[in-house]
Design a binder for this molecule. Structure first.
Ligand code: FES
Length: 166
């Protein structure tokens, strides 16, 4: 996976060192370390995984196997804006598939979501974000947009494209 030396940016190393200091003494803390690293850095790069392995006395294979086992971990960069389309039961019944299809078509990513070529948007499917009374819902950069129709969802995305938040 990684044959070359670890080449982390200084700011990323500072972030990781802080996380590692917090969790280093806890046994079995690899998952929280990976969660926090992803939260802070956006995704888990090969260098990030290698650095975490080197600092926690684990092999890269051990860290990589955990990072690839859980769907919550991203190994690729994400877009500037994260769009999470809810597919929980209430949203599914309310038309989540149509919302997903409209958003993905508008942003020209695959039907299942993904990241736009310009790295401005990443679309993900999620399961119940806890706002069922607003179904169908999508979350953009942590802000819930509810009672959506495909047209409303497209308009929300357009506002983010124009630099206006919903
Ligand atoms: S099912 Fe979508 S918010 Fe609960």
């Amino acid at each position: 996976m990684l044959d070359s030396p670890i080449t982390l940016e200084k700011k990323d190393k500072v972030v990781l060192d802080k996380i590692l200091r917090t969790y280093k003494k806890e046994r079995g803390a690899l998952i929280p370390i990976l969660q926090k690293a992803q939260e802070e850095l956006g995704y888990l790069s090969p260098d990030t995984l290698a650095y975490i392995a080197s600092q926690t006395n684990r092999t890269l294979a051990q860290v990589y196997s955990v990072a690839t086992f859980y769907a919550q971990f991203r190994l690729e960069p994400i877009g500037k804006h994260l769009v999470r389309v809810c597919h929980g039961t209430a949203c599914h019944v309310g038309g989540a598939e149509d919302i997903q299809a409209c958003v993905c078509e508008h942003l020209e990513v695959g039907d299942e979501g993904g990241t736009t070529k310009d790295l401005q948007f990443t679309v993900e499917k999620v399961v119940c974000v806890g706002a069922c009374s607003l179904a169908p819902v999508m979350i953009v950069d942590g802000v819930a947009h509810g009672r959506l129709t495909p047209d409303k969802a497209r308009n929300v995305i357009r506002k983010y494209q124009q630099g206006k938040k919903g």
